[in-house]
Write a protein that binds this ligand. Structure first.
Ligand code: PLP
Length: 299
């Protein structure tokens, strides 16, 4: 089943057949949390880390995941296996669910619902574009600050991120990165941001999702002897960086070669970025920090 499998209402169905109610508050108000994990060559990457973050997200929005972690992992593995996928984009979601009756507006009365699915692996930036490096636009709109909508809780409130994507596409860019109201760089639709300046790897300190790939980048950087820092980075730090890249479960380490249409240094993916990216995929091919789908099915 190449187009994917979803698990919904306790059943496995073809992904395109999965449906939710128009009265699910996850749909009407974006009242839902999710997490996305990848499978490469039949092996989940850092599955326990993704599940732990997902359960923290549920707690942060007072949502209850009806499945304990081991059961959740098994359901996701089942989706991948039934879909017959080796390289997959796998998502777990808990939505608020429906109000017990439509005149009731007490969220404590909703029956939270779990949905999982596995699709063929998704690249938010295609490998062809990654080879050239992308044009990253610094979006004019702001990222909602942590005090308003906590980005560490992976949630469906994407209005600011979607707008940034439209703004970037309108300007001929590939995607957009947002600053918070304090003016410092944050992240973008589906990715964290890194830049390299004078041999140090920098990433925004606040108003970001604590990305699992971001954490992985720190570890890879340590392996190649590259110093890493989290900091408050103004847009000019990006414009004058030696190198920059994005990180995401859906695409890995993605080189930036232009900012707002202007070449970053050589206008090609930088050497340290290229090295980190190669190392990331080399290790993924070898099943690094992985749990085989098949192993989960026999647990
Ligand atoms: N930031 C945002 C807003 C995201 O949606 C994502 C991933 O989907 C990321 C960062 C990257 O996180 P991860 O590396 O865990 O995929």
């Amino acid at each position: 089943m190449a187009d994917g499998i979803a698990f919904i209402d306790g059943e496995y169905v073809p992904a395109h057949e999965a449906r939710i109610s128009i009265f699910d508050v996850g749909f009407t108000r974006g009242d839902a949390v999710y997490d996305t994990v990848s499978v490469w060559k039949g092996v989940f990457f850092r599955l326990d880390d993704h599940v732990a973050r997902f359960l923290r997200s549920c707690g942060g929005m007072r949502l209850r995941c009806p499945h304990p972690p081991a059961e959740l992992e098994r359901i996701l593995a089942e989706c991948v296996d039934r879909a017959g996928l080796q390289d997959a984009y796998v998502q777990m979601i808990v939505t608020r669910g429906r109000f017990a009756d439509l005149a009731d507006r007490d969220p404590r009365h909703c029956l939270n619902r779990f949905i999982g699915f596995a699709l063929p692996y998704i690249w938010i930036i295609s490998p062809e574009k990654q080879a050239r490096g992308i044009n990253l636009v610094i979006a004019p709109n702001r990222r909602t600050p942590t005090e308003a909508i906590d980005p560490r809780i992976k949630n469906f409130n994407w209005m600011d991120l979607e707008r940034a994507l439209f703004e970037a596409l309108d300007r001929g860019g590939d995607t957009g990165v947002l600053c918070a109201p304090d003016g410092y760089l944050t992240e973008g639709p589906g990715f964290n941001l890194f830049l390299i300046k004078d041999g140090t790897l920098w990433t925004p300190r606040t108003n970001v999702l604590e990305g699992i790939t971001r954490r992985t980048v720190f570890e890879l950087a340590a392996e190649v002897g590259l110093a890493t820092r989290e900091g408050d980075l103004p847009p000019d730090a990006l414009r004058s960086a030696d190198e920059a890249f994005l990180s995401s479960t859906a695409g890995g380490i993605m080189p930036v070669s232009q900012v707002d249409g202007r070449a970053l240094q050589s206008g090609r993916p930088g050497p340290l970025t290229t090295r980190l990216r190669a190392l990331y995929w080399e290790k993924r091919e070898a099943g690094w920090l992985g749990t085989p789908v098949k192993e989960l099915l026999t647990r």
